[in-house]
Design a protein around this ligand. Sequence first.
Ligand code: VGL
Ligand code: ZN
Length: 201
Amino acid sequence: MSAIHLDRGDALLVIDMQVDFLPGGALGVAAGHEVVAPINHLIALYREQGLPVVASRDWHPQDHCSFAAQGGPWPPHCVAGTPGAAFAAELALPDDAIVVSKADSAGADAYSAFNGTALAQQLRERGIERVTVCGLATDYCVLNTVTDALEEGFDTLIVPEAMRAVDVDPGDGTRALDRMVARGAVPVRLNAAGMTALSVA
Ligand code: VGL
Ligand code: ZN
């Protein structure tokens, strides 16, 4: 198992760690709170080296097309500016985290943090070549963000212990991880010293 060495081309992407996606929230992901500690560990690793931390957030208008009242699949969640849309209180986001708001117009949904945002450009401006992705939910916003990161040409590490799935159908999360790996994402695990590759790409 080879150690991952972070360098100046690395950035961390923390996906949708919002109150509504944690247990008790409007679209609570089972055991979602369990990822707070590993994500805080990741944030500390990146900040120690002065590397950028990006935090995406679902940022919907109250009549968003993904909500059931508009015929969409989800209960209302992450309405911009409401307490449910806030980042989890226990999340140790640095003051200079780059916040990316997505799916913020009524007529379109966007699971990927790259979809309809300037994220790819913001990363390239900083010389980022590799991203590490963690957060919620494995089978929606994480999956789509990872797919787009690879398509945009970023090497992509994923941290399974720092993600949880909605699992509308049992196994969705596992299948999403398989798809990310099939597309070229490299799964890593955390240890006291940093990160280790789980499999050789
Ligand atoms: C998400 C469902 C609806 C996510 C966002 O962040 O994974 N899932 N909106
Ligand atoms: Zn949403």
